[in-house]
Write a protein that binds this ligand. Sequence first.
Ligand code: BGP
Length: 473
Amino acid sequence: MSKTLPKDFLMGGATAAYQVEGATKEDGKGQVLWDDFLKKEGRFAPDPAADFYHRYDEDLALSEKYGVQVIRVSIAWSRIFPDGTGAVEPRGVAYYHKLFASCKQHGIEPFVTLHHFDTPERLHVAGDWLSQEMVDAFVAYAKFCFQEFTEVKYWITINEPTSMAVQQYTNGTFPPAESGRFDKTFQAEHNQMIAHARVVNAYKSMDLGGKIGIVHALQTVYPYSNSEGDRHAAALQDALENRLYLDGTLAGKYAPETLALVKEILDKNNQKMFKSTPEELDVIDKAAHQLDFVGVNNYFSKWLREYNGKSETVHNGTGAKGTSVARLHGVGEEKRPDNIETTDWDWSIYPRGMHDMLMRIHNDYPLVPEIYVTENGIGLKEELPGNVNKNTVLADPKRIDYLKKYLGAIADAIAEGANVKGYFIWSLQDQFSWTNGYSKRYGLFFVDFPTQKRYVKQSAIWFKKVSDTHVIP
Ligand code: BGP
């Protein structure tokens, strides 16, 4: 029998400013941490992305047609404050008002993220999330947005604090590309939690009538075997990637067991524990009691086994299947059981992990009233066949199969009591990927990047059916 979703369950599409807008040098936009970094790497450029800066109305019209009821967009901080602080750029402000007006015209509710991996360059150089200046500047920018964009009813403070910090300081795939610095990773994460909490508390005191949440990258971590060593490695990896942030943002306090795991990772790497003050912990506690929702980004799960060697990571950024390596000293080694299917980018396809994460939030973090799945989807190598016309529909059966399984897992979690209110596919249209460029396509709508023409994929038709009927066919 087909699984069903609640009648008020929202079906949405997700984007992020730097990944869709393009136009990185237009209308006074300031530089961000990625601009020079990508240029130096020379693999791919953030322009044109999906040219959403000029084509948002076309994408919103497609969204309306294919049952997309809500959309995740982010504000590029550096379009509003090119330097991160200081003078406001009115053309940036005007752009977002136009975007939100277009959403309204198409009957689509925007969920607006304030920081999606795109720190303004000047603040990045000043230390990014490791610096107090960044935290203060973020709070000021957020307050400006709340006052300015009163048409927005759903705000997200920060997208994936953990993956930002882990990729900046543990794996070295995000600028400034440092590796093995767990101390910086945890400090940057703690600082993001303070920034998030201060923004939540400010928003609530402004009484604007909307809702505010945070989005986390959350992947369930399982032990590779039942051995004590493997179970402990899974617990350490979970502390690094999930538990500290779930505790900080959803419970309002770090559990002593969580802190012990974090300290163990740091001790084993001869690094110091992150600094926090009692005042900061009060701020975090207050915010957790006022948070309206948590966003869960879940694509894959992990399996960990005991590992005592040196840290070694290889990022599969090209879709060469089987090339990724993840072994962290003081944590463990990622090792999937053989029967687990993966994508070309080595991401496991494991819907049960989505279910287990939603149930964990439901059971262990009861303070948070609502859950949204704010990102989920599959990256595929897709090409435009010859002889296409504007009515061509592109076949993407693997995506439909993936969505069916993951939405099914969400339906199961809802049936077991998890208050999941909506789902945003990553991604609405094909877009630019931070470390994979343009060849990893996730969209409901195919973007031919050289011409910027859009083509509908079969998954969009399937998506509309789910959105209209709430039945997962
Ligand atoms: C999430 C990010 C998105 C997006 C997505 C897919 O972590 O929030 O911005 O990029 O992952 O990841 P990738 O582009 O690496 O395939």
